[in-house]
Ligand binder design. Structure first.
Ligand code: GLC
Ligand code: GLC
Length: 813
């Protein structure tokens, strides 16, 4: 099945090129790398914020709206009454040409109509609190054209949540200032706020608007604003209501002539005593400085080329050449890019996450870390410390924290018993990548309380202890509120229609609910912990934990095995979940993934049986579903999981995040063909080729969930971009399939390949070394390195001892 295509990859430019604006769902990109961020759709919809999508929302956005994706940074061109936008929306005037190129932290949208080309490059320069919109207008006709150009942004009143709720106040607070070609948004600046935003253009303007109803007209839409339709700005000054920013510029272009306009959407913070220069007149010094930095084409082009170099450096750390374009473009470009996006946004702001709900997740952020630790180790280090600072002294942790304040989120609290293990997972990945053991000595507080600081190592220890001290009747880990599967709420169920599954009373006290997923996760991370303890000379602690691992393995083999697969859990009352004895949902993916990664019972054939059962019951055309058969009935004592209709989300959706767990399990079992088959099913570039319309969401990144085989529309994707799938896909392909694994003492080469793989190269920068690795598979093996030659000399084993400098490595399978 090859359905309609809306775009294609351009690997040379590291872009995805969208050629039809009516994509099956808005296909978005992210701008910004550190402080100032924007979401931008293929029609220039979306919004900007500073650091925190909830508390510092700069421009307004309406989610779940009609029509879809309404509101953004819009340029209106009134060409003698013919009104259009370069990104097609909001006027939706048919264009002679449309193209949107999403690249690495930039988007370029080009439209042509009646001999005029308008091309806009959107990006956030490095170290700058502003979005640049470089608009290039070109007259491709044979006659002189007089155009009326209107820009448009709508201000959000900072707190995105109250902006949507508290109109009785908001309609009276809005304030702006206009100075030359700059419109300043200063709502609430007169009181506690120490920040304002501005929208500037580097050209003389012939008018402006700052009041939405005046500009648009009360009964119009963004598609036909009064001012644009009449070609006349109102020079409105907002007092309350809904402030906007629109510049009006009259442009004359001779035949063949081209003009650039640099628009800047910026953000400024001022110290309390420097807020004003006169009563109610804001201090614009910092805004002027940003404008000065970016007010010519040359300056903007330079900033853009610096951004390109920044991405070159990030993407030069791990580069593969397999000759398979579909694989290479995901590994070298898009998978790594998506990992950086999840680093920046966790699960907060996408077209499926409103930016007001969740902050950073404890488990999510630790998992995301494995996706970017090789690119930005210092920021990974800081992230680990921020996360650990939200832990409680008993090893439990806040489930989420707010990025702006870095404080634990009280609404959701703690009690998710998988959370502590992830801290080991993240920290070990960091040390193996960098060799920086000093992070273990870093003093880190509990719950951000000054005076409570202990070493990070101590945090790891209490994390492990939290699991050991919370075992249930079968000596398996108690689940608490939930484990990785947020919807398996075995202690948080209720018939109260007004309660949320996530925050309803936690009946953990005296509960028998145990998790096999945590059991496997514990064994994997405790093994990592033991190896770490040995490495730093803590033998006794290593032995103590080894005993706990052995006990856990025994418990899983005794009470966690169902005959053909691992059980999923025991419920509150001590009944089995994910067993052949169950009426529905007889098998779940999470425990298969983690217990096979932990290789529990491998010697007894459990691992192979479990992996075979995944193929038999969970696999379908689009990937592996979470559970099978799907729940068709609501089971009260399981919480949210069976609240979803069959085939969606945690009820038998293909929750892409957990597919790599089984894939890694396959690689550890040496089953390269099976691993590859599972992997390719959820690899965006393969999906892109086949299912653009069906899949709906962006074909260049993974989404959280693809509707499973029991769904009404199997194969339909949802919740794109912000998913742990990105980091897990990266870990899977970079370390387990292509097999380049950072270890404390060097780089281990340990691929697990499909028999079709003959040869490939990997260039890997690792600490202060650079390895040029060629892997040959002359005998079509799936697993097992027979020889590693480093700089012409065969080494023993398959770990290249770390040594700074450049090295050539030849590997034979
Ligand atoms: C969401 C959450 C993640 C959870 C998963 C499964 O992706 O962000 O924390 O593990 O759903 O429920
Ligand atoms: C819902 C979702 C789950 C997510 C959780 C946390 O339960 O199904 O995927 O992790 O919300 O917000």
């Amino acid at each position: 099945m090859n359905d309609k295509r809306y775009g294609h990859f351009d690997d040379q430019h590291r872009e995805y090129v969208i050629t039809d604006p009516k994509t099956p769902w808005p296909w978005i990109n992210y701008l910004g790398n550190e402080d100032f961020f924007s979401l931008i759709s293929n029609t220039a919809g979306g919004y900007s914020f500073y650091k925190d999508a909830k508390f510092r929302r700069i421009t307004r956005y309406r989610y779940n709206n009609v029509p879809m994706d309404n509101g953004g940074r819009y340029f209106y061109i009134n060409d003698n009454g013919n009104i259009w936008n370069p990104g097609w929306k909001p006027c939706k005037t048919p264009l002679d040409f449309y193209e949107c190129r999403h690249g690495m932290s930039y988007t370029r949208i080009t439209g042509r109509k009646n001999g005029i080309e308008a091309s806009v490059l959107f990006f956030v320069p490095l170290n700058t609190f502003a979005e640049v919109q470089k608009l290039t207008l070109t007259n491709q006709s044979n006659e002189t054209k007089k155009l009326k150009l209107f820009s448009f942004e709508e201000w959000c009143l900072w707190n995105a949540a109250t902006d949507m709720e508290n109109f009785q106040r908001n309609f009276s607070t809005g304030e702006v200032e206009i100075e030359g070609s700059t419109i300043y948004h200063k709502t609430e600046y007169r009181e506690r706020r120490n920040h304002y935003a501005f929208y500037h253009v580097n050209a003389e303007i012939q008018g402006f608007d700052t009041d939405r109803e005046t500009f648009v007209g009360l009964y119009n839409e963004f598609a036909n604003p009064d001012a644009v339709v009449e070609g006349k700005p109102r020079n409105s000054h907002a007092h309350g209501w809904s402030p906007i920013a629109s510049h009006y510029i009259e442009v004359e272009l001779k035949a063949g002539e081209s003009k650039d306009f640099i628009f800047l959407l910026g953000y400024v913070e001022n110290e309390q005593d420097k807020k004003f220069v006169a009563p109610q007149v804001i201090n614009k010094e910092k805004a002027h400085a940003i404008i000065e930095k970016l007010n010519t084409t040359e300056k903007v082009d330079k900033a853009f080329s610096e951004l390109g170099k920044y991405w070159d450096a990030l993407l030069n750390i791990y580069k593969v050449n397999t000759g398979n374009d579909k694989l290479d473009r995901m590994v070298n470009i898009w998978n790594q890019y998506q990992c950086m996006v999840t680093f920046n946004f966790s699960r907060s702001a996408s077209f499926f996450e409103s930016g007001v709900g969740r902050g950073m997740g404890f488990r999510d952020s630790n998992q995301d870390l494995v996706g970017f630790v090789h690119q930005i180790p210092p920021r990974a280090r800081q992230r680990i410390i921020d996360i650990a600072s939200t832990q409680f002294p008993d090893g439990g942790c806040y489930h989420q924290y707010q990025p702006l304040t870095k404080r634990g989120n009280n609404d959701i609290g703690g009690g998710f018993n998988d959370d502590p293990c992830w801290l080991i997972f993240g920290t070990v990945a960091y040390i193996k990548e960098t060799g920086d053991f000093s992070i273990l000595d870093e003093m880190v507080p509990f719950d951000n309380q000054p005076g409570s600081e202990v070493t990070l190592f101590e945090h790891l220890k209490v994390s492990m202890d939290h699991v050991i001290k919370n075992l249930g009747p079968h000596q398996l880990p108690l689940i608490g509120r939930a484990d990785w599967n947020d919807c398996l709420n075995l202690n948080c169920f209720s018939w109260d229609p007004n309660e949320s599954f996530q925050t309803t009373e936690n009946k953990s006290e005296g509960s028998k609910a145990e998790s096999l997923m945590i059991a496997g996760l514990f064994v994997v991370t405790a093994k990592q912990y033991v190896e770490l303890c040995q490495k730093i000379g803590k033998e006794e602690e290593a032995n103590r934990m080894q005993k706990a691992i052995d006990a856990m393995v025994t418990a899983v083999k005794k009470d966690g095995w169902d005959g053909e697969w691992y059980l999923r859990a025991y419920d509150f009352f001590g009944n089995k979940i994910g067993s052949n004895e169950c009426e529905e949902a007889k098998i779940f993916i999470e425990s298969q993934g983690w217990c096979t990664m932990a290789q529990i019972g491998a010697e007894d054939g459990m691992v192979a049986k479990s992996l075979d059962s995944c193929k038999k019951y969970l696999e379908c055309e689009h990937g592996m579903v979470l559970n099978n058969p799907a729940f068709s009935k609501y089971i009260y004592e399981y919480g949210e999981i069976s609240s979803y209709p069959e085939g969606y989300k945690e009820n038998a959706g293909i929750f892409c995040h957990n597919n790599p767990w089984v894939i890694i399990g396959e690689t550890l079992a040496g089953r390269g063909n099976d691993a590859w088959n599972h992997y390719a099913k959820i690899l965006p570039s393969y999906v892109e080729e086949k299912y653009q319309t069906l899949h709906k969401v962006e074909p260049y990144v993974n989404c959280q969930m693809v509707a499973g085989k029991d769904a009404a529309k199997p194969g339909e994707g949802k919740n794109s971009w912000l998913t742990g799938t990105a980091a897990w896909m990266w870990l899977t392909v970079s370390q387990y399939i292509l097999g380049i694994k950072p270890q404390y003492d060097g780089l281990q080469i340990d691929p697990c390949l499909p028999t079709t793989a003959k040869e490939y190269t990997v260039q890997r920068k690792f600490r202060d070394a650079e390895y040029d690795i060629t892997i040959k598979n002359p005998n079509s093996k799936q697993y097992g390195v027979s020889q590693v030659v480093v700089d012409g000399k065969a080494i023993e084993g398959n770990t290249i001892p770390y040594a700074a400098g450049k090295h050539t490595v030849e590997v034979t399978m």
